[in-house]
Design a protein around this ligand. Structure first.
Ligand SMILES: Nc1ncnc2c1ncn2[C@@H]1O[C@H](COP(=O)(O)OP(=O)(O)OP(=O)(O)O)[C@@H](O)[C@H]1O
Length: 684
């Protein structure tokens, strides 16, 4: 913006209103000015300009005539912006005291404004690094800016009036520009400088009067393009990473408006087809429609901190979410929410809670955990297994679950029972390895009154009888002695039992589910397991894969266990995404049971509201983690003996520390059956 003060000129010639023409001419001549101001009683009342003087001189006989002066004059505060007024040719500037500080003709003002604008325009173009050349229709250079001089390495004085067409090396016909065409992104060179830019016709009053070439040095231009390309690639890479992640990334502004949705679009969360329907919508409206609960964005904004929680969706899904507020210069800019669907995709979960009768039977049976054990998973492999279990649940065939220790065979067995028509009846779990051999037969099949010394006088039904109409889960089936194997085979074939010491057969309607982490076929080869029994059990074999073969489950299981433990310890804590990442990438040799133990330890030992990556690293790999002290051996002994010795020392240590075999088994990462078997061996 330009103000009057910047362009005012000093007043040099002043004459009285009564002065004659000759006085005016003399004064103007002496002051070397083309304008004289006319005063009356000290006030400026008009002006005389050389143009008007000449007109006056043309019509008068001599110079002793009174002057004729013009009055189209206006006083303005000299700090005001320059503007034009109707019917005014001269402006007088005045300061705050009302004193006249100078004058300007409107014509001069216009000229100076144009000059200033041109200077600004030039500054802008120079600042933008753009070279500008203007030519007339004969391609003679009329204007060149500073940047063009620098880019081309040629001075303005050299270039002005030269033929631009002759200087340029270009494979486009620039005559087309003079005919009115614009040529965009044209590469050319001058003085060995590679440039790239646009040629546009220059039009004045609709007529082409020349051309304007706006250009950049090509390498600068290419650098910029490359940078753009880089960002574009980065963006598409990120999109690809997001798309292949299991997470939905939601960006919401502080008003609750959804700005972006990336990664996996959780349809079950929104009940909408695609992200387009969500973007631009308001998170509070979605909440009001009941799409999810609670509104983590709202809570994050209110609490001004990172939050993690499980959200329930309109479709009954469970979604784990972390909301992080993002600040810019102290002001909340957005909230980024990372979400993952952690719902186990089957309805088995609801059904796996033990029924009243099952609970009762369980309490009577051998050491079993009475807790509800839902089947948590996200992986495709387990999803397929669950489908298989559901199909198999419809028939009564015997199922043999195999898989490493701690993979969840028992959880699957429970799910199978719960999905079967027998779910209202008992599921009796028998840990074949945990019952002393002398007792297993009577435990399984019961005994008659007086069957053996110490036996209950009334006799007692066995676990098979208790499982009548329900299911029996024979865990660690490989631990059965050959004697009991024969008896079991008979039950499977005849569907009846004979109590120990009894003679009558008792029919039982039981669905048999067995499990083992041993290789039964190898046991058959070694003569430790009956082949005929194996075929009876192996009607429907289902292998439960170890966690390392279904890493997608780790996430959901970790969240689930944390929730469970948090409830029982009454500690509120969440996982940071980085912590979960470490858990997901760990090779879990002890499978789900080990993961469960680690999560418990993390909850109890970590500080702060979130379990951080460092906590997980410490627990998994640190001093207190897996890298335990190596056992020391000081003398040579047969390997078998050494192993047995180490085992029994470990068990002893464990028993001292925990007291129960169940807890020791967890600490040592083996099944309780293994512990009791070893204990029995030592007692023998
Ligand atoms: N999919 C799962 N969802 C929830 N919890 C699970 C799952 N799989 C395993 N667990 C938990 O992990 C622990 C070990 O599982 P489970 O006892 O079923 O394994 P297993 O294969 O029968 O082990 P073992 O061979 O040692 O008897 C249990 O506490 C169980 O509740």
């Amino acid at each position: 913006m330009m103000i009057w003060e910047q362009i005012l000129r000093p007043i040099s010639a002043i004459i009285d209103r009564r002065a004659e023409l000759q006085d005016v001419l003399r004064e103007m001549h002496e002051q070397g000015t083309d304008i004289a101001f006319v005063t009356e009683n000290g006030n400026i009342v008009g002006y005389v300009h050389t143009d008007s003087l000449l007109e006056q001189l043309r019509d008068i006989p001599d110079l002793q005539q009174p002057i004729q002066y013009r009055k189209d004059i206006l006083k303005v505060p000299h700090l005001h912006p320059v503007e034009y007024y109707h019917n005014i040719s001269v402006v007088l500037g005045m300061n705050t005291n009302g004193d006249i500080t100078g004058y300007s003709t409107v014509r001069q003002a216009r000229y100076q404004m144009n000059e200033l604008q041109l200077t600004h325009m030039n500054e802008i173009l120079n600042g933008a690094g753009a070279g500008v050349v203007r030519t007339n229709t004969d391609f003679e250079i009329e204007f060149i800016n500073e940047t063009a001089e620098n880019i081309l390495g040629l001075s303005r004085s050299f270039l002005i009036n030269r033929n631009y067409k002759k200087l340029l090396t270009i494979n486009k016909d620039i005559n087309r520009v003079i005919q009115g065409e614009t040529l965009m992104s044209v590469s050319s060179s001058i003085n060995f400088k590679q440039i790239s830019g646009n040629f546009s016709p220059l039009r004045i009053d609709g007529k082409v009067t020349g051309l304007v070439h706006i250009f950049f040095l090509r390498e600068t231009f290419e650098e910029a393009v490359q940078e753009l390309e880089f960002v574009r690639n980065l963006y598409s890479d990120l999109q690809a990473v997001y798309a292949s992640s299991h997470e939905q990334i939601l960006v919401v502004n502080p008003n609750g408006e959804v700005m972006r949705v990336a990664g996996t679009f959780l349809k079950e969360f929104w009940e909408m087809k695609g992200p387009e329907e969500v973007i631009g919508g308001n998170i509070y409206d979605f909440e009001n429609k009941g799409m999810f609960r609670p509104n983590i964005v709202d809570l994050c904004i209110k609490k001004k901190k990172k939050l993690t929680m499980i959200q329930d969706t309109i479709r009954g899904r469970k979604v784990w979410s972390v909301a992080t507020p993002v600040y810019h210069e102290g002001k909340l800019e957005k909230v980024v929410v990372l979400s993952r669907d952690i719902t186990e995709t089957s309805r088995l979960r609801e059904k796996t809670a033990p029924t009243a009768s099952e609970q009762e039977a369980l309490e009577q049976s051998m050491p079993v955990s009475h807790t509800d054990k839902p089947l948590i998973y996200r992986s495709r492999v387990v999803e397929d297994l669950v489908d298989e279990v559901k199909r198999v649940a419809r028939v009564d065939s015997t199922v043999l679950f195999t898989g490493e220790s701690g993979v969840g065979k028992e959880v699957f067995a429970r799910a199978l029972h719960a999905a079967s028509r027998r779910s209202e009846q008992a599921l009796i779990r028998v840990n074949c390895g945990a019952i002393p051999e002398s007792l297993i037969e009577s435990e399984l099949f019961g005994y008659e009154r007086g069957a053996f010394t110490g036996a209950d006088q009334k006799g007692k039904p066995g676990l098979f009888e208790m499982a009548h109409r329900g299911s029996i889960f024979l865990d660690e089936i490989g631990e059965l002695s050959p004697n009991v194997q024969v008896k079991l085979l008979r039950v499977l074939q005849e569907k009846e039992i004979v109590r120990v010491g009894g003679v009558h057969t008792i029919p039982v309607d039981v669905r048999v589910i067995a499990a083992t982490n041993q290789n039964l076929q190898e046991m058959i080869e070694r003569g430790e397991f009956r082949e005929d029994l194996y075929y009876r059990l192996n009607v429907i074999p289902i292998r439960i894969p170890p966690l390392r073969e279904r890493m997608e489950d780790i996430f959901s299981l970790s969240i689930y266990f944390l929730q469970q433990f948090a409830r029982s310890y009454q500690i509120e804590k969440g996982f940071s995404p980085e912590a979960l990442e470490v858990l997901e990438n760990y090779d879990w040799p002890g499978n789900v049971r080990e993961l469960q133990n680690i999560v418990e330890r993390l909850l109890v030992t970590s500080q702060g509201e979130f379990i951080q990556r460092e906590d997980v690293l410490r627990v998994l790999y640190g001093e207190t983690g897996r890298r335990r002290k190596q056992p020391m051996v000081f003398e040579l002994m047969p390997l078998k003996e050494a192993v047995a010795e180490l085992e029994s020392q470990l068990i002893e240590l464990g028993l001292k520390k925990y007291g129960t075999a169940l807890k020791v088994s967890e600490a040592l990462g083996v099944s309780p059956a293994t512990i009791s078997r070893r204990m029995n061996k030592r007692l023998r």
